[in-house]
Design a protein around this ligand. Structure first.
Ligand SMILES: [Zn+2]
Ligand SMILES: [Zn+2]
Length: 176
């Protein structure tokens, strides 16, 4: 019981922390994540799973850090469950980047995971294609609040400042 609870808390709270304290701020104010995770010129299977490029690894490590901090808090509830949660989180990273390999989620996987709001590879592929949608690493219920936060922070974003600095509205080419 405690094992399952610790695993679920690690994933739900870890995804919350990573989405709102790392992923959204990266999209608004920084370039590391956009340069690495949203570079459509390179294979993101390669990026997410196989790479040894230091900046890509740094993005991965910073994105994983909130999960580790949550894990440290949940540890005393059940260390087995905490490790299980982190392991499931890692496997989910690999799995959600399999769309590029041509994998499609079978109907039964969809049917099983949709009610749990779990991000499918097809969902995460949407985030790679359009950085403004499909937030939440593991759970889709973080997408709407993440977009709301993005909208609130938009006036302070790098994009807005860049566009204003050049005296023209619209988006910078940084998202290519
Ligand atoms: Zn990704
Ligand atoms: Zn992103």
């Amino acid at each position: 019981m405690f094992i399952a609870a610790a695993a679920v808390i690690t994933l739900v709270a870890g995804d919350f922390a990573s989405t709102f304290f790392y992923h959204v701020p990266q999209h608004v104010w920084f370039t590391l994540h956009l340069r690495t995770h949203h570079d459509r010129r390179r294979s993101y299977w390669d990026h997410a799973v196989l790479t040894s490029d230091p900046s890509v690894l740094l993005d991965g490590i910073l994105g994983a850090l909130p999960y580790v901090l949550v894990a440290a808090l949940v540890w005393r509830l059940s260390w087995e469950g905490t490790l299980l949660g982190l392991a499931i989180g890692q496997v989910h990273v690999w799995w959600r980047h399999t769309t590029e390999l041509g994998w499609k989620s079978p109907a039964w996987v969809r049917a099983a995971l949709r009610p749990l709001w779990v991000v499918l590879p097809e969902d995460h592929d949407g985030h790679h294609r359009n950085p403004d949608i499909e937030f939440g690493d593991i759970f889709r219920f973080y997408d709407a609040p993440a977009r709301a936060l993005l909208a609130i922070l938009a006036p302070t974003s790098r994009r807005t400042r860049n566009a204003a600095g050049r005296g023209r509205p619209g988006r910078t080419p940084a998202r290519a």
